[in-house]
Write a protein that binds this ligand. Structure first.
Ligand code: HXC
Length: 510
């Protein structure tokens, strides 16, 4: 018996070494943690339970039968984050470069199936040279099995990808179908075709980091939702995010203890909006002042900064925030901000996370760039996302809510539950100057008359009361009491239920 126990320990020891000490040292030398170190940091201490530690590949080509490291390049299993169940896989670059074989894929599929069955998030840590070249089509089939599971799990359990090394070719499409992608700066990259192929085909000379690094994907492409300095920071931030999310689409997010009075009054908010309607102010200040303990988890912070998306807690409960940012492009909606916010709204709706919308929007950004780029279709994504959402929705208009953008930003007409406005709100078809130049075109040569017309228009429409008279605004509230009003509104909506007509699925303008 003792022998058998010792043998087991020995086999475990060997498996834990992955591709061997030299390769582990090389991994560390690049500033990267090993697959197991990452799992340990991600999960609560001592909570990890491993599956399939002794699985080996079945390939016999190219001398592979002589190299069969236990685990086959991926560490899989389950554990907890702040006491809540999650499933995890972590690719081991020290074993055949973390490349995906048939059996490696089967290990990932096994934990994905368990996660869906048991209603818990999946977190995938990617560090891989892609398809196991020695296995050919068996490896491609393995990828497709993972893809299919990503699709089926979408909207059922949260799926999070952390890119901590190479992720190239078709391999990128599994993370691409998950809910969030996080990357580590300078040690991870994602691209469909690498720098060498790019050079051959398009003659562009570009480094891997420029083509698909964390900065590129968080600022330019918006493929990734966050970029972090190193593995440790990235994993700590994933823990923070998981703590905000429900385990699955039938559960509510966890309620955490809070030490911030929901009735807290913030007098400074009374002067947040500048007296000149064209002067910007920082919408993040409002978000931080509304949130429990001023804690805001921002998603896609570096992309389309004219709209802000992320999570706060109110009375310990997660709320998704979408807010126009007047500091960037005057808070206009455009292609990028519409796409960014639409995806966020749909995530919240899929996972029963209430949505708070803070509005200061002068309209859609004009220009050929926008029109040729399809702003009609992209803007419609956000409109569609809000209109189909059935989670509790509270909207606060702080200043401008002009034109179509007024409708889009969780207006009453899209079934938002509470629509509040600050006294500084201006709900109108457009700004006074633009409106005057159209309806009083004949007076364009008379600056005095135009100024008078603009003032008349402003007096009539540059306020929240015309909308409030029609019931499109439920109440005009004091800025200082916004946290209290919003928290009470969400509290009243906790049992909200909406019936929608049967359909197979909608046809959101993609
Ligand atoms: C088998 C692989 C491998 C792979 C790396 N290795 N990629 N083994 N299949 N795909 C092995 C290497 O042989 C090496 O083994 C070890 O992993 C580390 O690799 P290095 O090249 O030494 O590391 P590094 O210099 O850091 O370069 C990493 C790399 C490079 C950029 C990822 O290895 C590389 O270009 N690999 C091939 C990438 C690729 O073409 N993959 C297939 C893409 S097609 P030893 O024993 O020396 O340590 C694809 C399709 C997916 O993925 C389709 C899905 C639908």
């Amino acid at each position: 018996m003792k022998d058998i126990l010792e043998q087991l320990e020995q086999r475990r020891e060997d498996a834990r070494l992955g591709g061997g000490q030299a390769r582990i040292d090389a991994q560390h030398g690049r500033g990267k943690l090993t697959a197991r170190e990452r799992v340990d940091l991600l999960l609560d201490e001592g909570s990890f339970e491993e599956f399939d530690m002794f699985v080996t590949h079945r390939c016999t080509d190219f001398g592979m039968q002589d190299q069969k490291p236990a685990g086959d390049g991926v560490v899989t299993g389950w554990g907890t984050i702040n006491g809540r169940l999650v499933y995890v896989f972590s690719q081991d670059f020290t074993v055949f470069g973390g490349s995906l074989s048939e059996t490696h894929a089967q290990k990932i599929c096994k934990i994905m199936d368990m996660a869906v069955q048991n209603g818990a998030p999946v977190i995938g840590i990617n560090d891989s040279g892609g398809a196991r070249i020695q296995e050919g089509v068996a490896s491609l089939a393995g990828y497709a099995e993972v893809f299919q599971r990503n699709i089926e799990a979408s909207g059922v359990i949260p799926q999070i990808s952390v890119i901590m090394g190479p992720c190239a070719g078709g391999a990128v499409y599994s993370p691409a179908m998950t809910d969030f992608i996080f990357m580590v700066k300078d040690s991870s990259y994602m691209f469909v075709t690498g720098p060498d192929v790019v050079k051959t085909v398009t003659n562009e000379i570009v480094t891997a980091e420029e083509l698909g690094g964390a900065v590129t994907h968080t600022r330019k492409s918006s493929v990734a939702d966050g970029a972090f300095e190193n593995d440790v920071e990235a994993l700590a931030e994933v823990r923070r995010l998981v703590d905000l999310l429900p385990a699955n689409n039938r559960e509510k997010p966890p309620v955490r203890p809070f030490f911030d009075d929901p009735n807290r009054i913030e007098p400074s908010l009374d002067t947040l909006v500048p007296s000149n309607a064209n002067t910007p102010y920082d919408m993040k200040e409002l978000i931080l002042k509304l949130a429990d303990e001023g804690d805001f988890y921002e998603i896609q912070e570096e992309f389309a900064k004219n709209i802000i998306t992320g999570f706060i807690r109110l009375e310990g409960r997660t709320v998704g925030v979408v807010a126009n940012q007047p500091m960037v492009l005057a808070g206009c909606l455009d292609i990028d901000s519409s796409r960014k916010a639409a995806r966020f709204v749909r995530f919240c709706d899929a996972f029963e996370i209430p949505i708070l919308t803070l509005v200061d929007v002068p309209g859609f950004l004009p220009g050929t760039g926008q029109e040729f780029g399809g702003v009609i279709k992209h803007g419609a994504k956000l409109l569609f996302a809000y209109g189909e959402a059935t989670v509790p929705m509270v909207t606060v208009i702080t200043r401008k809510a002009y034109g179509g953008a007024y409708d889009v930003m969780a207006s009453k007409h899209l079934r938002s539950d509470f629509n509040y406005a600050w006294p500084t709100a201006e709900v109108a078809v457009m700004g006074a100057k633009g409106a005057t130049e159209i309806i009083h075109r004949k007076d364009l040569n008379d600056p005095e008359k135009i100024a008078q017309h603009a003032k008349d228009y402003e007096d009539r429409f540059a306020n929240p009361f015309v909308a409030a008279e029609r019931g499109f605004i439920d109440e005009v509230i004091q800025p200082r009491s916004t946290r209290k009003r919003v928290a009470r509104a969400f509290a009243s909506l906790r049992n909200k239920k909406v019936q929608t007509p049967w359909k197979k699925h909608d046809n959101i303008p993609l």
